[in-house]
Design a protein around this ligand. Structure first.
Ligand SMILES: [Zn+2]
Length: 504
């Protein structure tokens, strides 16, 4: 294992992340560095990191304002999901924030049940059904909701209720004893304005009651552009070159939640100039994007990826996006389409770029046709990025070789310090304020095509790709650490050691 690989593993595995000590990564790797100089932004007090992930106080609120408060809180903190989990004596309410589940409040069983019933009612779900999993959708067009003593008093605080419906009876089990829910009673005003939120609601019966998961999709999101993905210039150039080819297959791979869809849409945005006919096949269509023809898989109507793909090909598209290649037939049609002059973009569950070739061959595709169709593979993961307001730095004067492995890719001034998460109000005390992709971009060349056509093992593909300068996931992650975008701890949290090549 390389020096830096060892440092990464030592920092993250043998010592628990400290969160508040920027020097901890190096200190863990080198005890001699304990007393070294740590620089922290002056305005951030070390103890200010409690942050505020907690939801506003909901005690005494009826379901409509309570749910509005929770949704608005989740939206404002940038959460992707809101969860109600039934426990023995309470209902835990949590969010997924930057990919991590965090508890935001705890409700009594009764209060929690009223809130979930209210959401079910708004999402058009069967209130009486609690023993079967259900799905629903609620588009919430809220502008402003004002809690507290001045609710309705302010001029612009017309306090349009979070929803138009009268909530008094919604979702209340008729068999339950009548409980009086006081009207808005809060210590102070809280004004929220989450705007249009599309909520995809699903419930499932669990040991202690009905759990609810709510996916939060915001109004009309800006599709990420290629240069916002977080690729380094060389990788970005390779990805652009793949997209510039008239026909072929481009695969984006990684586990669920690794940002594959964002990358694919950034690719489509780049291609969506109005001069190409672009069709997408998605499961489900999450956002409508002008200029694209978007179709959705409907398994109930027996319209899956293969059926839709065959039909889309009759629509004379130039570019086709396949939400996911999961079966042999889809893989085969995709490769045939790519070999007949269409540009096909697809996502795939595979750990690495060389591993994706093996996954496709595992689906039974013809290696010769695959080698001809494939233009390139992007493997990716997501890591949280350090909060610019509070990140601390640790000078690496005594360890100049820390980032030697990626020194070729560093700009002058980069790689001289390690940065660490601190926590401030701006980042809700987490030390991280966003996420970025870690990319492995493997563009095809003659060597790689030959190896694929001969069904050679992944290790040989990896070696051949390395000879062309492939920045693998581990070095791509190391580069982000060297640039101060993220921490070694975060890399080890987000990417399993075997995917970083650290298990040897
Ligand atoms: Zn911060």
């Amino acid at each position: 294992m390389s020096t830096v690989g060892r440092k990464l593993s030592v920092a993250g595995v043998r010592r628990p992340p400290t969160g508040r000590r920027p020097g901890a990564i190096v200190a863990a790797a080198d005890p001699g560095a304990e007393g070294a100089k740590i620089t922290r932004p002056a305005e951030v007090a070390p103890e200010s990191s409690s942050g505020d992930l907690r939801a506003p106080d909901l005690v005494g609120l009826s379901p409509a304002p309570a749910v509005a408060g929770l949704i608005d809180h989740a939206v404002r903190m940038g959460a992707s999901d809101l969860f109600f989990s039934c426990c023995e004596n309470h209902v835990a309410v949590s969010v997924r924030h930057l990919g991590i589940v965090r508890l935001i409040t705890v409700l009594t069983i009764e209060h929690g049940r009223r809130c979930t019933s209210y959401v079910k009612a708004m999402a058009g779900m069967d209130l009486a059904e609690q023993r079967r999993p259900l799905d629903g959708r609620w588009v919430r067009e809220d502008d402003t909701f004002v809690f507290g003593d001045d609710a309705g008093a302010g001029s612009d605080a017309a306090a349009a209720p979070a929803v138009d419906h009268d909530d008094d009876d919604t979702g209340i089990d008729p068999d339950e004893p009548e409980v009086e829910w006081p009207e808005l009673r809060r210590p102070g005003p809280v004004r929220t304005g989450a705007g249009r939120v599309d909520l995809r609601v699903s419930t499932i019966p669990t040991l202690h009651g009905e759990d609810m998961a709510i996916r939060l999709l915001l109004g009309t999101p800006e599709v990420t552009s290629l240069d916002q993905l977080g690729m380094s210039p060389r990788e970005l150039g390779a990805f652009r070159a793949m997209l510039g080819i008239a026909g072929g297959l481009i695969v984006v791979c990684g586990p669920t939640g690794s940002g594959k869809t964002t990358t694919l849409y950034a690719g489509l945005r780049y291609l969506n100039t109005g001069e190409r006919k672009i069709h997408t096949i998605e499961d489900p269509v999450e956002y409508a994007i002008p200029g694209l023809r978007q179709s959705q898989v409907n398994l109930k109507a027996e319209v899956g990826f293969p059926e839709l793909l065959r039909s889309v090909l009759r629509q004379a598209p130039d570019v086709i996006l396949i939400g996911e290649i999961r079966d042999a037939i889809t893989a085969e049609i995709a490769i045939r389409a790519a070999n007949s002059g269409h540009l096909v973009l697809a996502s795939l569950h595979a750990p690495s770029a060389p591993g994706a070739v093996q996954s496709l061959l595992g689906l039974g595709v013809n290696p010769y046709f695959l080698s001809g169709a494939l233009q390139g593979i992007v493997a990716q993961r997501l890591v949280r990025t350090l909060c610019p307001s509070c990140k601390g730095s640790f000078e690496l004067d005594e360890m100049p070789r820390t980032f030697e492995e990626v020194s070729d890719s560093l700009e002058p001034g980069e790689g001289r310090a390690l940065f660490g998460a601190t926590g401030c109000p701006a980042c809700l005390g987490t030390g991280y304020s966003g996420r970025t992709g870690v990319f492995e971009v493997m563009k095809m060349n003659r060597d790689l095509r030959g190896l694929i056509a001969a069904s050679r093992p992944t290790a040989e593909l990896r070696e051949a790709a390395a000879r062309t300068g492939l920045l693998d996931l581990r070095r791509a992650a190391l580069l982000l650490v060297a640039r101060g975008c993220t921490t070694a701890e975060e890399v080890l949290r987000a990417i399993p050691p075997e995917d970083l090549g650290l298990d040897g």
